[in-house]
Design a protein around this ligand. Structure first.
Ligand code: AMP
Length: 426
């Protein structure tokens, strides 16, 4: 038997109804904040991710699905392509490619699958979905302002509340600008020197190539050592400190609670200044429901103009898991099961179904070869609210037998009144 590949899964009804309703709420909230949707390709050139997410990150170093495309001619070497492990890089690539700075401040959102070769477990998959948003534009359009950071964070608080997610918490940090990071990396390197031989092999490598990434380490034995390392908060320059302070002040003024966490450095290299994560208690080990931050130098590092930006990505799979903790999902039921009765009645039933569906009635169609008993059984299995019988006599009379499955009442209804009757109005 061929099964879904490890780390991928089928989303089945009724769960898909929950995904759809969550996405509808998300789209409404984005609309209120004037965000517009962007859809970028699912695969991009590998270089896009190595230059943005960073060579030394877990994602690029070991989790990407990468392959070499065929060249145009047989002798030609193909391009290295990668299934996107995240969507910010694609959005910034599109920003540069389409000169979106000509629009001023861009507020873009996306919903779609991402791919990482991680060890699968509950809440962690190899194909997973993210709902994300970015605010990006020239500094002259206000993209650098702490007001944007606060707007994004307040949007997220509103979004989680509107979705009915209870008990989330926001962890906030500033990872400073490139200059702060250089000084911090130096200090980290020094602090790591005497202790790194006792750490895991990954940390030993990170200590040399990109010491900040030591904070991504999950090895329990390394944690007490990591606790003693200097923190980025001690290395912020005055503009970064002021920027971070301003973000916090707006959040307090709008009533969004947060906790400061100066260990939070996020697993991607492009972050600058504000970095954040929202966690949710009910999710267990994989408790990060979303993460994000500012990425002021990203556009330039991809060959674009200066374009400060800030964004986030919600793990949609985890969002749905959190929703399932609080709500039971029920499969929506059809309003009516149309039961053609006898030869030639499929045609009539199809016409009726078309008329009713055009009036927003959810209709399921039977088959003229079914005996009436079988039609009723099929209707019950689907939990249809009504059964509509379409036989030769009914068609001739222009009135149809409609049985209400909940009350058991059966009446004859003229064709013109069917939709209203089924909807429950007289
Ligand atoms: P990141 O792009 O790593 O900042 O992740 C943002 C959010 O995406 C995380 O907080 C998770 O909720 C979600 N996420 C990341 N990786 C996975 C995965 N492998 N499976 C499910 N969700 C994920």
């Amino acid at each position: 038997m061929i099964k879904a590949v490890r780390g991928t899964r089928d989303l089945l009804p009724p769960e898909t109804a929950l995904w759809n309703s969550a996405e509808a709420t998300v789209r409404d909230v984005f609309r209120a904040y004037n965000f517009h949707e962007i859809r970028t390709p699912i695969f991009e050139s590998t270089e896009l991710f190595s230059r943005s997410v960073g060579e030394e990150t877990d994602i690029v170093a070991k989790e990407m699905y990468t392959w070499e495309d065929r060249g145009r001619a047989q002798s030609e070497k193909g391009q290295s392509l990668t299934l996107r492990p995240e969507n910010t890089a694609g959005v910034v690539r599109a920003y540069i490619e389409h000169k979106l700075w000509e629009w001023g401040l861009n507020k873009l959102y996306y919903i779609g699958p991402q791919f990482r070769r991680e060890r699968p477990q509950k809440g962690r998959y190899r194909q997973f979905f993210q709902i994300g948003a970015e605010i990006i534009g020239p500094a002259s359009a206000g993209s650098e302002s702490p007001a944007r950071d606060a707007e994004i964070l307040e949007l997220l608080a509103t979004l989680l509340d509107r979705l009915g997610i209870k008990g989330w918490s926001l962890q906030l940090n500033s990872v400073g600008c490139a200059k702060d990071r250089a000084a911090y990396n130096e200090a980290l390197r020094k602090a790591l020197e005497p202790v790194v031989p006792r750490m895991c092999v990954d940390c030993q490598r990170r200590a040399v190539t990109n010491p900040l990434r030591v904070f991504d380490c999950k090895v329990p034995e390394d944690q007490p050592i990591i606790e003693t390392l200097p923190r980025i908060s001690q290395f912020l320059d005055e503009p970064c400190r002021e920027h971070f302070q301003a973000v916090q002040e707006i959040l307090k003024s709008v009533g969004v609670d947060f906790q400061l966490d100066d260990r939070l450095v996020r697993g991607l290299d492009y972050y600058t200044r504000t970095a954040f994560e929202f966690t949710h208690g009910a999710l267990g080990a994989q408790n990060a429901i979303l993460g994000g931050g500012r990425y002021d130098g990203l556009s330039e590092s991809l060959g674009g103009p200066q374009a400060p930006g800030i964004g986030f990505a919600i793990g949609e799979d985890r969002l749905i898991l959190a929703l399932q903790e609080s709500a039971e999902t029920v499969q929506p039921k059809p309003d009516v099961f149309i039961a053609p009765l006898g030869a030639g009645m499929d045609r009539e039933a199809a016409r009726l179904a078309r008329e009713l569906r055009a009036q927003n009635i959810v209709a399921e169609l039977g088959d003229e070869t079914f005996r009436l008993k079988k039609s009723f059984e099929a209707a019950s299995r689907l939990k249809a609210r009504h059964v509509l019988i379409v036989g030769e006599n009914e068609v001739k009379a222009g009135a149809f037998a409609l049985k209400n499955q909940e009350t058991g009442e059966q009446i004859s209804v003229p064709r013109a009144n069917l939709a209203e009757r089924i909807r429950g109005k007289q």
